[in-house]
Design a protein around this ligand. Structure first.
Ligand SMILES: O=C(O)CC[C@@H](O)C(=O)O
Ligand SMILES: [Zn+2]
Length: 469
């Protein structure tokens, strides 16, 4: 039965009276579009999509959903990779698309107040106009919304220096699953008055309520960013390179990718091969080169690494355009491999454990996926690896995912062995919830369940995400 047909018509009318007739959509195209994120594993089947314009409208919708006991899925830019924003069970999807305004800017506090539908890039550009910088960045910045970034505590390519989204959120306005509006922390740096409830909403994937507004901290913009791409003989060389550079330079990024990933980006077009000869791995690092001495330091470290045999070759950007072109080799990977229906892993361990962890996972991958194309890439300077297995054309999606699931278990056992995370930055959503216990203790998950009940007693907020009730 189509879940949509079961939506009471009285409820539709009530939704229309809250947001206006044009802002309630039930046509198939809209249900498909707003019912799905970038995950390809599930069939979207929401009941209705609503587009509120204010926190009060969101509150009215949530209250209505409670009265009718209908689940709600908050929806931002839908660029998620863990199905956190997928509505597959007759949900009311609350899209924040209309709530995309910058509300206020306090220069002395370097604080911007935004609605949660503001797109990441929009915030970055706004910060630039104020002579400042919003540093959380990733390839999906042109579509992802700040509410979604907050919901997953998004990370990205600059975490090594600037941290995750959590570092930049100084206040939130939320509508709880119960239908209360809370103004949490109000932008303060110092506020020692008990539980930091805004922190609970960061990374909660819409399971406690909906973020409608946020106070976001901005910072000084980095100058003269230099990008270095290095070719590297094997995994064992990557961390010594990181340590050599970090001893003397504050890196703003330290990423890696393998030859398979590079070939896919090059085949996609609009990219130039960085080196004539292939190598198994590449490292991309970035630093602020505004002082000559720092650039000289980088060159010395580079030469030292070459002497050690950790680096085979290297190229450094001489202009912003070159820096962007080099970044594209790394940032283009996820989009380029999307047509290959990749099985995704977003795993992390402490930096200390990265070498042993990679050796273990590499052995699992080599033994279990001998015939599959394996894309390794990620934010290795944060201990975060994206392991993407590409589907061979001769397997169906179901056959392929079944095979990957078996291997997944070995990968996650290794994650657990090193006390790591089964989802470093993409969230748990629906794709990783069966594996949550590899990272979070069962007692801890019990506390999370209890917390959810406080904010969302009727269990209507994004059910089926992170864990089942
Ligand atoms: O597609 C992926 O697995 C990772 C996407 C994103 O987190 C990235 O780092 O490019
Ligand atoms: Zn990533």
């Amino acid at each position: 039965m189509n879940a949509r047909t079961s939506l009471p018509s009285a409820l539709l009318e009530q939704l229309q009276s809250i947001v206006g007739e044009q802002r309630v959509k039930t046509d198939d195209d809209s249900l498909q579009t707003w019912g799905l994120d970038w995950t390809k594993h599930f069939e979207p089947q929401p009941s209705v999509i609503v587009f509120p314009g204010t926190t009060e409208e969101v509150q009215a919708i949530v209250k209505l959903a409670n009265e009718h006991q209908i689940p709600v899925t908050p929806s931002g830019g839908r660029t998620g990779l863990s199905a956190g924003a997928v509505a597959a069970n007759g949900e009311i999807v609350i899209s924040l698309d209309r709530m995309n305004k910058v509300l206020d800017f306090l220069p002395a506090d370097r604080l911007v107040r935004i609605q949660s539908g503001v797109v990441t890039e929009q915030l970055q550009q706004y910060a630039e106009q104020q002579g400042l910088y919003y540093p959380v960045d990733f390839a999906a910045a042109g579509s992802s919304q700040m509410g979604g970034n907050i919901g997953t505590n998004a990370g990205g390519i600059k975490v090594i220096h600037y941290g995750m989204t959590r570092e930049w959120v100084l206040g939130l306005t939320v509508v709880t699953g119960k239908g209360d509006i809370l103004h949490l922390n109000k932008g303060m740096i110092k506020n020692a008055t008990g539980y930091a409830l805004h922190q609970l909403f960061i990374g909660s994937e819409g399971t406690l309520g909906i973020v409608t507004e946020a106070e976001i901290k901005l910072t000084r913009a980095p100058q003269d960013l230099k990008v270095l791409v290095l070719s590297v003989p094997d995994f064992s060389a990557v961390m010594p390179i990181l340590h050599a550079f970090q001893q003397r330079i504050d890196l703003t990024a330290f990423e890696f990718f393998n030859q398979v990933a590079l070939e896919k980006v090059l085949a996609h077009g609009h990219a130039q091969r960085p080196f004539e000869t292939e190598s198994p791995l590449y490292v991309l690092l970035e630093f602020e080169g505004r002082f000559e001495a720092v650039v000289d330091d980088a060159m010395q470290i580079f030469e030292h690494c070459m002497e050690q045999g950790w680096i085979l070759d290297g190229v450094m950007s001489q202009s912003q355009a070159q820096a962007q072109a080099l970044w594209h080799l790394r940032e283009g990977i996820s989009e380029t491999i999307a047509p290959f229906t990749p099985y995704k892993n977003d795993i992390s361990v402490l930096i200390t454990h990265v070498p042993a962890f990679i050796a273990d996972v590499d052995a699992i991958v080599a033994a279990n996926y001998p015939d599959f194309e394996v894309c390794w890439f990620g934010h290795i300077g944060d201990g975060n690896l994206h392991l993407n297995i590409l589907k061979p054309a001769n397997l169906t999606k179901d056959e392929f995912f079944e095979k990957c699931k078996v291997v997944n278990q070995f990968v996650f056992e290794t994650v657990q062995k090193y006390n790591g995370s089964i989802s470093a930055e993409h969230g748990v959503g629906m794709t990783k919830k069966d594996y949550l216990a590899y990272t979070r203790d069962v007692v801890e998950i019990g506390y999370m369940r209890e917390l959810k009940k406080i904010f969302d007693p009727n269990g209507i907020m994004n059910p089926g995400k992170i864990f089942d009730l």
